[in-house]
Design a binder for this molecule. Structure first.
Ligand code: NAD
Length: 390
């Protein structure tokens, strides 16, 4: 059966299983060639949100780069007669299958990471993975890479929804339909009532702390364990909707959680960090106003300068040059910066210039909207080189 992408408003409603498989295999091949061996490389890694985007890359690099046993947690739909399932489902299946072929231990837990049940199930899976691998049940790498629109508080049963809104004043920005290169103006009213607090509840650091507590309670934390969660800061032109908006408040809370985790587990583990990553095309980023136009211009500039990276290249750089260093390089706020190339003055200047010049008429020449579209399709298993779609 031939499956075609079904895309509405930069959201893709289906995926292609064979393309997802090929995409994962491509990442595996890449990490095998690029991840540098290290004495303190992780042996047992937990990746929460490990089925797509940055989390998937983090899991692949730990497993196939270092040979670590991995436990991946994500919330994905399996295929049915009528639906192809979600890309993450097929990515997970490929990771587990390829790991088995390579003699690596890999366990996937599918369910709501915010719930107590999935945390308990995951702790069991970690013990199982350790037993299978013949290593102590001590997690030495814990990556927290969730991106979710909703969270049910496990204690109260109340469901919270996150929103992407400015704070204090309305926001209006140009956004780009990556499929046909057309522009539209997107307006967002400022957050009201509990919307800031609710977004913090979903995308802030509370759940990361609960995961740490669950691991500690079960005695699963290695004294050399490193934990990292991901954030984005980006250029000033996006701050009204991102850094200074509801999502930025949640990310501030993620940094607060990192500091609190460091205090709480001092001496019991190696440390907690927030890593600032590059803007990339994942299932989450395509729906944030201004970001598709910004990314299309940024990619054009970074590709021309030979600086372009995707999720897997970013994570390999995080592992090779940052997270496992004896003294982890950080900025003044204790954050790891792998957005350093994106934020270089020359890159930003050239990107802003392109954004000013881009029109619907010249969009395919002035920007890399084609690259944006390609990455977006690939994230759903479409247009992957070497796959016979017929
Ligand atoms: P993504 O949408 O590709 O992945 C999200 C992951 O979370 C998936 O594995 C999904 O299954 C999982 N998930 C969502 N809800 C869940 C739930 N209730 N239970 C279990 N799993 C659940 O997202 P991404 O873009 O890779 O983002 C990951 C992190 O990186 C986020 O914190 C994001 O803010 C950050 N980040 C993203 C970018 C970017 O440009 N994409 C840039 C910098 C930082």
């Amino acid at each position: 059966m031939s499956i075609k992408p079904m895309i509405r408003n930069n959201i893709c409603l289906n995926c292609h299983p064979a393309g997802c498989e090929a995409g994962v295999k491509k990442q595996i091949e890449f990490v095998k060639k690029t991840v540098k061996t290290k004495d303190n490389a992780p042996k047992l890694a937990l990746i929460v949100g490990g089925s797509t985007g940055y989390g998937l890359a983090s899991r692949i690099a730990a497993a196939f780069g270092y040979g670590a046993a991995t436990v991946g947690v994500s919330f994905e739909k399996e295929p049915s007669e009528k639906h192809s399932g979600t890309p993450g489902f097929h990515n997970n299946a490929t990771v587990d299958r390829e790991a088995e072929k390579a003699g690596l231990v890999s366990i996937t837990v599918n369910g709501d990471a915010f719930s107590d049940e999935i945390k308990a199930q995951t702790c069991q899976a970690i013990k199982q993975a350790a037993e299978k691998a013949g290593i102590p049940a001590k997690v030495d790498l814990f990556v927290y890479s969730l991106a979710s629109p909703v969270r049910t508080d496990p204690k109260t049963g109340v469901q919270y929804k996150s929103v992407i809104k400015p704070i204090g004043a309305p926001y209006s920005g140009t956004t780009l339909n990556m499929m046909d290169g057309t522009f539209s103006t997107v307006s967002a009213e400022p957050a009201e009532g509990d919307e800031v607090a609710n977004t913090v509840k979903v995308m802030g650091g509370e759940d990361w702390e609960l995961w740490m507590d669950a691991l500690d309670k079960e005695g699963l934390l290695c004294n050399q364990a490193r934990t990292v969660a991901y954030t984005y800061i980006g250029p000033e032109l996006s701050w009204a909707i991102y850094k200074n908006g509801t999502i930025g408040k949640a990310k501030e809370d993620l940094e607060r959680a990192s500091r609190d985790i460091n205090k709480k587990y001092q001496g019991k583990f190696k440390g907690s960090w927030v890593s600032v990553n590059k803007a990339l095309v994942t299932r989450s980023s395509a729906v944030i106003p201004i970001i598709p136009l910004y990314i299309s211009c940024l990619f054009k500039v970074m590709k021309e300068m030979g600086l372009h990276e995707g999720c897997i290249e970013q994570i390999v750089r995080l592992y090779n040059d940052r997270l496992f260093e004896s003294s982890v390089p950080v900025d003044s706020e204790n954050r790891i910066r792998i957005d350093d190339w994106e934020m270089r003055d020359d890159v930003q200047k050239a990107t802003v210039e392109r954004m000013g010049k881009a029109t619907p008429e010249n969009i395919f020449e002035e920007t890399d909207v084609a690259g944006f579209k390609q990455d977006f399709l690939e994230a759903h298993g479409f247009n992957v080189a070497g796959v016979d779609y017929e």
